[in-house]
Design a protein around this ligand. Structure first.
Ligand SMILES: [Zn+2]
Length: 350
């Protein structure tokens, strides 16, 4: 889960973030002002330092979310761009994004800011005071508020929580309530996830033959589709094992190199197509059996860098695993494709 705690100075976001991570082992409190403070001479270059700190924060959050941990970002944001970046990162990592906007009375914020500047309690307070002083003192606090109000007017997905200074327990309770609702929503099974594990053997200039087959229907080898829908195609394998003519390949229409990165949402379309191919082979060929196999990486006999699942018609003593493939006879390939298309099961309600 990726949680943005947005709010003006003195709305309590840092203290709330401390409470939230205290009860969540390995959760990351990702304070962008702290990251910015790690940069040399940042106060002299606040704009560049802010951009660099945000870029670093995104990388840190990506790493931690991919490892399955929660990330809390207590940060005042008066513009949408970085919020959009966080939302995109959540999609990329299959995480739930929760945007919380702490809403504080303007007069209370002014008072709090003046108190903090006079008596800073930590480096973050000191840094914030220095930055605000540099950009015009307390009028800068008013400008922040104006920006924040304009932002919230556009952020319909933000969950607003009214805060009163000092009442941290009540705010933490409200935030925990929001997070538990978000967590129960994300536990629903229709959430699309992938493994975040990625290994590639495709050369950088790889021109994927399957993407070409699917994209414009061209091929250097005999090409016969037996089935196609939005998610997968099934085509005749142009190479056949000698005793198993008529084998096919189930191929996702999107380019995913191997099983490690195959998204959850393709599990059903790939399986459904493999089952329908198996049924069509039984009906069309009257084969004794059906086998599937699927290869990943060179040591796993993968030679085309786009995920595909083989479906083979099997015969008694066909020695599939003891023989090698060779180019199929084109006329026979086109004839068997026609037979499979004719025997393809009609769609059924699932
Ligand atoms: Zn491809």
């Amino acid at each position: 889960m990726l949680v943005l705690l947005n709010g003006p100075p003195a709305s309590g976001k840092s203290t709330i973030a401390d409470h939230l991570v205290a009860t969540r082992p390995l959760a990351l409190r990702l304070d962008i002002d702290v990251v910015r403070g790690l940069l040399g001479d940042w106060l002299e270059r606040p704009t560049d330092a802010g951009l660099a700190a945000r870029a670093l924060a995104i990388s840190m959050a990506r790493t931690h979310l991919a490892a399955g941990h929660d990330v809390f970002v207590p940060q005042f944001l008066g513009r949408q761009e970085f919020i959009d970046e966080l939302a995109a990162l959540a999609v990329e990592t299959g995480s739930t994004f929760v945007e919380i906007a702490l809403v504080l009375d303007r007069a209370a914020a002014r008072t709090a800011f003046a108190e903090r500047s006079a008596d800073p309690k930590n480096d973050t307070h000191r840094d914030a005071a220095a930055l605000v002083e540099q950009s015009g003192g307390t009028s800068a606090v008013d400008q922040m508020f104006d920006r924040y109000e304009a932002l919230l007017a556009q952020r319909s997905s933000a969950i607003r929580i009214d805060v009163e200074r000092g009442d941290i327990d009540a705010i933490v309770h409200a935030v925990e309530g929001v997070l538990s609702i978000a967590a129960s929503r994300s536990a629903r099974p229709e959430r699309a996830r992938s493994s975040h594990f990625s290994i590639s053997h495709a050369p950088t200039d790889y021109r994927c033959p399957f993407c070409r087959n699917i994209g414009d229907g061209t091929s250097d080898l005999p090409l016969e589709f037996v089935h196609r829908d939005d998610d997968v195609v099934v085509k005749m394998n142009p190479n056949w094992w000698p005793n198993n003519p008529g084998s096919v390949l189930v191929i996702p229409t999107g380019h995913h190199e191997n099983i490690y990165e195959l998204p959850d949402r393709l599990a059903i379309p790939v399986h459904r197509a493999a089952r329908n191919a198996a049924v069509a082979m039984k009906v069309a060929f009257g084969c004794d059996a059906v086998s599937t196999r699927q290869h990943n990486e060179p040591a796993g006999n993968q030679t085309v860098w786009h995920f595909h699942l083989h479906v083979f018609p099997r015969w008694e003593n066909d020695d599939l695993y003891g023989t090698r493939d060779a180019p199929a006879d084109e006329a026979e390939l086109r004839d068997l494709a026609r037979q499979l298309r004719a025997a393809w099961p009609a769609a059924t309600a699932t």
